[in-house]
Design a protein around this ligand. Structure first.
Ligand code: PEP
Length: 274
């Protein structure tokens, strides 16, 4: 069924332009995960802010996503720099009896403009389903947050040749129909490439990103799909950034480990040339 959806999408969307870069601003996003105490986060943010300021005007958009407890402090440390603040998850309710959860309104209140949703670590560690991720995405949009919706296959799924099917199912289930290019970014992150130092070939990455765009086109319309940014994530570092970020359908990177060092995060940005 998914395969037939994808084949249909392929046939119907033949006029998504090939060989021509659409005007999509590259997003360089750091996912700090559950790393760093207050001082580490503030120092890192100050370092990123200073380096981004010294770059002057660029065509890049920068984002850092620290852990919840230090969001406010990182926001202050980023003052004056063109670096957006994001969180790593949110609840779908705005308030109430959800012990341990954080609402999208709380995030905008402390200065977040983005939230990462459906990261594979949340899908695995917290059993997050596509349906839940879709609900969170809708709530985030309704409360003024842009979302980075993560998808990607496991190693076993890749070995069985199911990468496109898995990504298609995740997009259809976790990207709501209210998603558009202004409020949503997709991050393709093969689970087996996260934090492992292993990466797909650039040919594979381009193929999967092009397939994702076709599914988005079928679901949200060609115009939105052509404008929507699709990030690659999984062991991105300065030495491989150029290879991935120059690909036609790669519109930035979601960076874990390498976002924890100013020189690596900025080293990736400096290699981000379309
Ligand atoms: C991530 O977890 O989003 C990620 C891409 O991690 P890393 O860059 O460390 O592989």
């Amino acid at each position: 069924m998914l395969k037939s959806f994808f084949i249909r999408a392929n046939k119907d969307e033949t006029n998504i332009k090939k060989g021509k870069k659409m005007a999509r601003k590259l997003l360089i996003a750091g996912n700090w995960k559950m790393n760093g105490l207050l001082k580490d986060g503030v120092d890192l943010a100050k370092g990123v802010a200073a380096e981004v300021k010294s770059l002057g005007k660029t065509d890049l958009e920068f984002l850092v996503c620290p852990p919840f407890p230090i969001l406010t402090f990182v926001k202050k440390a980023l003052r004056g720099a063109k670096v957006a603040l994001g969180a790593q998850d949110c609840h779908f309710d705005v308030k109430g009896a959800h012990t341990g959860d954080v609402s999208p309104v709380m995030l905008t209140d402390v200065g977040c403009t983005y939230v990462i949703l459906g990261h594979s670590e949340r899908r695995a560690d917290h059993d997050e389903s596509n349906e839940l991720i879709s609900k969170k995405t809708i709530a985030a949009h309704q409360n003024g947050l842009k979302t980075i919706v993560c998808i990607g296959e496991t190693e076993a799924e890749r070995d069985e040749g199911k990468t496109i099917d898995v990504c298609t199912k995740q997009i259809l289930g976790s990207v709501p129909s209210c998603a558009d290019a202004k409020n949503t970014v997709i991050a393709y992150e093969p689970v087996w490439a996260i934090g492992t130092g292993k990466t797909p070939t650039s040919k594979d990455v381009q193929e999967v990103h092009a397939a994702i765009r076709k599914v988005l086109s079928k679901k949200l319309g060609k115009s939105i799909a052509n404008k929507m940014r699709i990030l690659y994530g999984g062991s991105v570092k300065p030495s491989n950034a150029k290879e991935f970020l120059s690909l036609e359908d790669v519109d930035g990177a979601l960076i874990g480990g390498a976002s924890l060092k100013v020189e690596d995060f900025l080293g990736i940005a400096k290699n981000a040339v379309k």
